[in-house]
Design a protein around this ligand. Sequence first.
Ligand code: 13P
Ligand code: 13P
Ligand code: MG
Ligand code: MG
Length: 364
Amino acid sequence: MPQTLSVIKADIGGYVGHSAMHPEILAHGEESLARAVQSGLLIDGHASSCGDDLFLIMSHERGENAEEIHKLAWDTFTSGTDIAKRLHLYGAGQDLLVDAFSGNIRGAGPGSAELELEERPSEPIIVYMGDKTSAGSFNLPFYKMFADPFNTAGLVIAESLHDGFAFEVHDVKEHKKIVLSCPEEMYDLLVFIGSPARYAIKRVIARSTGEVAAVSSTDKLSLMAGRYVGKDDPTAVVRCQGAFPAVGEVLEPFTTAWTVEGFMRGSHYGPWMPVSRAQATPSRFDGPPRVVALGFQLADGKLIGPRDMFDDPGFDNARAEANRVADYLRKHGPFEPHRLPLDEMEYTTMPAVAAKLSSRWAAI
Ligand code: 13P
Ligand code: 13P
Ligand code: MG
Ligand code: MG
């Protein structure tokens, strides 16, 4: 029976502001998953957080898009929202866009990344959790992990990786997808994924075996709601070793603090800082954006772990770089390229200001 790993996440209220998660919310997530393990719905479950987002990591045998699994996540988020309201947490229920669950979490606000697998004798996986960033932010790290031999030595020297990987890219505005294979179609791939606000890598597939190597959440809250409602802080799951990159190759892209969108009010670019869970508390200008990596070994579907993979001095330089880049970008204040281009901004006063001043514009 293949297993499924489902990571479903939402911001249901921040503590304090958008900076972190209240311990009661996290405990609520843990209790909810523990009950689901007891009832036999899940093989195993782990609740975690990055900034103000709650991530439910679930191992089960019901496949992707299973209604019972999505309902478990939805019910956990809605009951957690009641706690957030009682504590007056900030933005209680922020990412829940619909009033009632209708069979699938997609389109309802929360983000999801799901992957079906036949567990190998040893199955190391990394679950990434992002905050103050956006769907599409995994494009660059995924490209480095699965297509860049300067990052992943195995592409060159390991027979099991030498056939390369295929990338399923979603056009999040037009709702269509394409699969492009590397190395042959690398330049075509980069034409699209270099523009992550529109094109996001949903899945990566090992060409040697056809297995899914990685998956990320590509849900775009603002496109669902048609207005600013929060920022689709993404998650990703990556399988490691064997036909996939080694754990160290999967973590290596984060030795650079890539610039991503999602800093302050979802409307600024900032450096993506790899951090331990203890440091996943974006407070400076509501940032800089964060990414946490939780490592697990699967054992018959049990989640052995997590190990907090960025809790390692090997990532100190990336954190220092992130702070330097944040200092530099912050000096731009309200100017691009710190501020996002107008059509990408989550918040803007432009329509109101433009309407107010419309009669004062004169021809030149
Ligand atoms: P081991 O020889 O310890 O299995 O490591 C192989 C590897 O992938 C290290 O990157
Ligand atoms: P979240 O999407 O993490 O709630 O952040 C909102 C924001 O932009 C804070 O400045
Ligand atoms: Mg928030
Ligand atoms: Mg968030």
